[in-house]
Design a binder for this molecule. Structure first.
Ligand SMILES: *Cc1c(COP(=O)(O)O)cnc(C)c1O
Length: 417
């Protein structure tokens, strides 16, 4: 496959090109699924090996203090803070996004006690809706009642009955981005607290939590932050809520003095009260090390390259008549989409399987969407070019009609977000 000189020149002049070497990517693979599971960094691999053998292996329990394991949730939170536009001391890394959402939703409801509606979007990522439903079961609908509306009904539904607006900034399916500043401001005008899920934002877009005066946020450690499978997620809580906020999973690690072993719970300082049980140290160190690839990086630069990569992809698809059946579902205006492109096709599943078989790793979202992730830290312009060339050959040769790519579309447990 020959790559045009102009495309190679884009890679040559790419100011982020040195970052690719910090990742351990399989050979001859175009990885367009970093929005689902970020790849392994050299730093994380080395750090986990060292912590396992030297800290856990040699220093055993002394490592909690000797190697500051106990401080990792806040330390890692402070590394994430600049990536989401937060001043230090407002972010903590722990648990999964789902569990964290449960905690901050309960916190926000408790801070707005005369109201009970949680407003969200019908096509929000399901776990966010499920967690709100679970909390509603627990508290009763008089204290927590989930109301999900379509995207264009959101603003009209911001009224005095709503306690909390709970949204995901970047839609996991279409990549569409909400206007965080505007929605947060409109909600605040009605006395509504706002929670943003940054699963597809953190590490991909410039996010301005403090500037937008967001109340709470959660985000994912294993997608664009490359923290590894099941990496700890994070929580953001605005400083102004720290004194009053509470959360119901009041485990000992969130206690003001866990090792006093008091009978009664007393919430720890600020973000520490969001901890529940013992932190996952091996996962936290992997995330901690992985986050180093962002140090000294201008997020604007990252975003510009992500847009340039996706624009090259769209241009190539648009210019290829045999790909006319692929329908772009993501917003065409790059300002309005995250770091992924979603295309609809009646053979989306088989095409995605054929792409994977040809070492272009993408994912499929039921019923008919192929998602292509653009992760500028390690994806090159030539990779995008190659991915489209392979896509063209799959479609032109109708490889998607091949039995081996038809499979079972209703995969549950064996397909991961
Ligand atoms: C990936 C994702 C999650 C993941 O939740 P976990 O509890 O970490 O599995 C949550 N919310 C959104 C919007 C996501 O995209």
């Amino acid at each position: 496959m020959t790559i045009p000189k102009a495309v190679l020149a884009l890679d040559d002049s790419d100011s982020l090109k040195h970052k690719r070497g910090e990742f351990l990517l399989p050979k001859n693979t175009v990885y367009m699924d970093g929005n689902s599971l970020g790849p392994l960094t050299r730093a994380a691999k080395a750090r986990v090996a060292e912590v396992v053998s030297k800290q856990w292996g040699d220093d055993l329990i002394h490592s909690w203090n000797k190697h500051q394991w106990i401080d990792l949730p806040l330390k890692v939170g402070n590394k994430i803070a600049p990536l989401v536009g937060a001043a230090l001391g407002q972010v903590i890394a722990c648990d999964s996004t789902s569990v964290n959402l449960f905690k901050v939703l309960a916190s926000a409801l408790a801070l707005n006690p005369t109201r009970h509606i949680v407003l969200s979007q019908q096509d929000n990522f399901p776990t966010d809706l499920y967690m709100a439903q679970g909390l509603s079961e627990l508290l009763g609908r008089a204290r927590c009642d989930l109301k999900s509306v379509t995207e264009d009904q959101l603003i009209d539904n911001l009224d005095d009955s709503v306690a909390v607006l709970m949204l995901t900034q970047v839609n996991f399916r279409t990549g569409g981005v909400h206007d965080m500043a505007k929605l947060t401001e409109l909600a605040h005008k009605k006395g509504i607290l706002v929670i943003w899920d940054l699963a597809h934002s953190a590490g991909a877009l410039e996010v301005f939590l403090d500037d937008c005066k967001v109340d709470f946020a959660v985000g994912c450690g294993y997608k664009y932050l490359n923290g590894g499978p099941g990496a700890p997620a994070f929580i953001y809580a605005a400083q102004r809520h720290h004194a009053k906020m509470t959360q119901p999973l009041s485990g000992w690690m969130g206690h003001s003095s866990p090792f006093a072993f008091d009978h009664d719970y007393q919430a720890g300082d600020s973000m520490l009260r969001f901890l529940t049980g013992t932190p996952n140290i091996l996962s936290l160190v992997a995330l901690d090390a992985a986050l180093d690839v962002f140090s000294g990086l201008a997020l604007g630069e990252l975003r510009s390259k992500s847009i340039a990569l996706s624009e090259l992809f769209i241009e190539r698809i648009d210019a290829t008549s045999s790909l006319n059946d692929l329908e772009l579902v993501s917003p065409r205006n790059s300002e309005h989409r995250g770091s992924q492109l979603a295309y609809r096709h009646s053979h989306a599943f088989a095409i995605s399987q054929a792409l994977i078989d040809h070492h272009v790793v993408v994912d499929f979202r039921a019923p008919d969407i192929i998602r292509f992730g653009f992760t500028p830290l390690y994806l090159r312009y030539q990779d995008v070019w190659n991915a489209v060339e392979i896509l063209i050959s799959i479609v032109e040769k109708k490889l998607y009609t091949n039995d081996k790519y038809l499979g079972d579309k209703c995969l549950g447990r064996n397909k991961v977000t």
